[in-house]
Write a protein that binds this ligand. Sequence first.
Ligand code: SIN
Length: 538
Amino acid sequence: MTDVLVVGSGLAGLLAAVRATDAGHRVTLVTKAALPESNTRYAQGGIAAALFPDDSTDAHILDTLRAGAGLCDPAAVTVLCEEGPARVRDLIRFGVDFDRDESGITRGLEAAHSRSRVLHAGGDATGAAIEAALVATVRERANRAHALGGDQITIHEHTMLVDLVVDAGRVSGATLLGPHDRRRTVTADAVILATGGAGALYRHTTNPAIATGDGVAAAWRAGAVIADVEFYQFHPTALAVPGTPLVSEAVRGEGAVLLGSTGERFMPAIHPDAELAPRDIVARSIAAQMQSQGGAPVLLDATGLGRDLLESRFPTITAACRAAGLDWALEPIPVAPAAHYWMGGVATDVWGRTSLPGLFAVGEVARTGAHGANRLASNSLLEAAVFADRAVRALAETTGRHPHFDTELHPAHHEPPAGSADAEPVVVERTTLQNLLWEAAGVHRDGAGLADAAATLAGWRSVDRAEAGVAELETGNLLDLGRLIVAAALAREESRGAHHRADFPDTRLELARPRFTVRADARTLVTASSTASEAIAC
Ligand code: SIN
């Protein structure tokens, strides 16, 4: 039996916890907020899988590779698309009630898919349906274990990952910050990171506030290899109101169109697939259109779909519009791009194994190579399910094995801003950081802006982690990640997928490879647990 610490409670973390419990491991599941709060919960469009007679695994693989703009790992894409249908059937067994009509499960079309293959639940509440089913399954496992006097699975909510514990190069647990600012160290044979993405890096995001990249930041500090962090996906259509709620691509899949401020469609002139062009192209085109109209959001016209379809197929978006005083059955709604999904993250192999023995990463926290430079719509829930399942299988087979990546060293320290070598770094302020990242490392980038941002970031510091509370720890993580993204975006002198540089507008064939980086001082890292005030074994 293996003691497994799972960090995070979206689809990836919950499924890993269930699978690991069922495999006979002893699981401790920790999550920063309440159990159901996660990025998964807000996913709308659905989960893509080649499950229908007019579709094929090969077609799904091809679409995924095309969207990934030359940077996908074909092995990871093959695993994703081949094993996806089985994992979707598992979700159905766990109680996810995908939408159906008289002919069976219904499916939607999203951008850059050559077939309709996106399953959805509750109309546009797919993530919420998956989250609810898995939360119920995990709680049921925990209650059953408790009733029988066992400890096969214990759940700790409102408990944040502070840092990983590394002993002699092996991850052996984590330092956690629980309710009432109580710190403790949990030891484990294996840690599975499932902490999601880092939308909170940016001024506008579709992610919930908890998405602060805690897992990637902790893995980086612990000396794990990370990859492709310059590739952050901006969803083309967030409702341009406070909170920027997502307006699913499935709405355009049903026929809604994008309009400039004078009411004309602008996408047909840009791409043959118009509003269903790959996500990065639509996001950039909207940003350019907004620039040309003084920053005003563009409009999404879904009025042609009719009130009945809008309300039944998209109840979540209908409610968001209503809360903002908009009736999208009657009038076009304002939309703009927002940070949505991180293709980069902790580098893993196809078994979720990272470069550090004992450490696994699954879901958005991981860079499996399945998404390349630009994730295909609705492949993220699928990736979470497929690789969570594989990571648990790998626990049994391969304790001690971990992949090797050809890394470039990343400097541990950043140059101070020019002309201020003696200046004391100032404590980073989260909103200022988000604005900086949005302007310099957002939808549009260029070398001068990125270099300025790198210099500004070098002049900031975070609060001492030993003293910090949750918000300060999160902001410290965002600062570490902001530096990594800006440095990686500066280093990639081309445009590819979600990474677009005005000073290098073309894709360069010779750069069609991922960039694996590791802290320059990673080999000297022994432990990250010096702040632990109490040690318990899980
Ligand atoms: C959407 O519903 O447009 C989002 C789907 C995704 O991000 O994959």
